[in-house]
Design a protein around this ligand. Structure first.
Ligand code: F6R
Length: 245
C-alpha cells in the first residue's frame, strides 16, 4: 500500500481530487466507486469546482456507491442518495442513469443486493474505488467480523458506527440500524483503491489497517492484500506509534 500524509482535510481533498481527475481524463468510460460520510465532502466540492471550470466532464462516467441505509427514502436528507445528489450529482454533467446506489427501500432486499452485484458485474469493473475508514476499521458498511468473501449484502450496523453517524441526524431521529453495503470481495475487485483517512478518531483504525494482522476484526486490513491501494491520510489521523514505525 502506498501511503501519502498530508496536513489536513483540505490538502487531502486536493490530492484525492487530482487522483479522480486523472482517472476520469485517462479512461474513456471511467467507473468510479464512491463513498459518503464527512471525509469526502471537500473532495466532492473540489470535483464540482473542476467541472465548473470546465476541466472535467462526467458525461462518460458511471458511479457505484458503497452503501445505503435500509428504511430511508431517497429524498430523506440523511439517505446517501440525497447526500450524493447534494454534494456531487446535481452539480455536474453525469447522467442520472449512470449513477447507482443500493436502494434501501426495495421490497425484497436480498434481491436488491443480488441486483446491485449484477449491475457492478455488467457495468464494471470499478476503475477507482474511493473509501473512507470507520472508527472501528470498517470499509463500506462492512463492520468488524464480516467475512472477507462477502459480496453486496445486508448489514446490522455497529453501535460505534451508529454513534459516529448520529452527527448527521437530528437528536430526535434514530440512526437506522441496517444498511446495504458492497461486500469486501466486491470492493477488492476494484482495479485501484483510494482510502481517505482524516481526523484523530481514526488513529487506531489506521494503525491496525497498516500494520496489524489481516483479519476480519479490522475489515480495512484486507487492503494489505490488494495490489493497487493508495492511502491519503491527514496528520491528525497518524498516531505517534505510526510515525515511529
Ligand atoms: C460511507 C462509508 C463509510 C465511511 C466511514 C467513514 O459511504 O461507506 O465506510 O466512509 O464510516 O465516515 P466519515 O468519513 O464520516 O468518518
Amino acid at each position: 500500500m502506498k501511503m501519502i500524509t498530508v496536513k489536513n482535510n483540505e490538502e487531502l481533498a486536493s490530492l484525492a481530487c487530482s487522483f479522480v481527475v486523472d482517472k476520469i481524463n485517462r479512461i474513456e468510460a471511467p467507473v468510479l466507486g464512491l463513498a459518503t460520510g464527512s471525509t469526502p465532502i471537500k473532495l466532492y466540492a473540489k470535483l464540482v469546482e473542476k467541472y465548473k471550470q470546465k476541466k472535467l466532464s462526467f458525461q462518460k462516467a458511471t458511479t457505484f456507491n458503497l452503501d445505503e441505509y435500509i428504511g430511508l427514502p431517497s429524498d430523506h436528507p440523511n439517505s446517501y442518495h440525497y447526500y450524493m445528489s447534494e454534494h456531487l450529482f446535481s452539480h455536474i454533467d453525469i447522467s442520472p442513469e449512470n449513477t447507482f446506489l443500493p436502494y434501501g427501500l426495495a421490497p425484497n432486499l436480498e434481491k436488491e443486493c443480488a441486483h446491485y452485484e449484477q449491475l457492478i458485474k455488467t457495468r464494471g469493473p470499478i476503475d477507482l474505488q474511493i473509501l473512507g475508514l470507520g472508527e472501528n476499521g470498517h470499509i463500506g458498511f462492512n463492520e468488524p467480523h464480516t467475512p472477507f468473501n462477502k459480496r453486496t449484502h445486508i448489514v446490522q450496523l455497529d453501535e460505534m458506527t451508529r454513534q459516529a453517524n448520529s452527527k448527521f441526524f437530528k437528536p430526535s431521529e434514530a440512526v437506522p440500524s441496517k444498511a446495504i453495503t458492497m461486500g469486501i470481495d466486491t470492493i477488492m475487485d476494484s482495479k485501484e483503491i483510494l482510502l481517505l483517512v482524516s481526523g484523530s478518531k481514526k488513529r487506531t483504525a489506521l494503525k491496525h489497517t497498516l500494520h496489524g494482522d489481516v483479519t476480519p476484526f479490522v475489515p480495512a486490513s484486507i487492503l494489505q492484500a490488494h495490489s493497487n491501494v493508495t492511502i491519503i491520510s491527514d496528520e491528525a489521523s497518524i498516531s505517534d506509534t505510526l510515525l515511529e514505525s
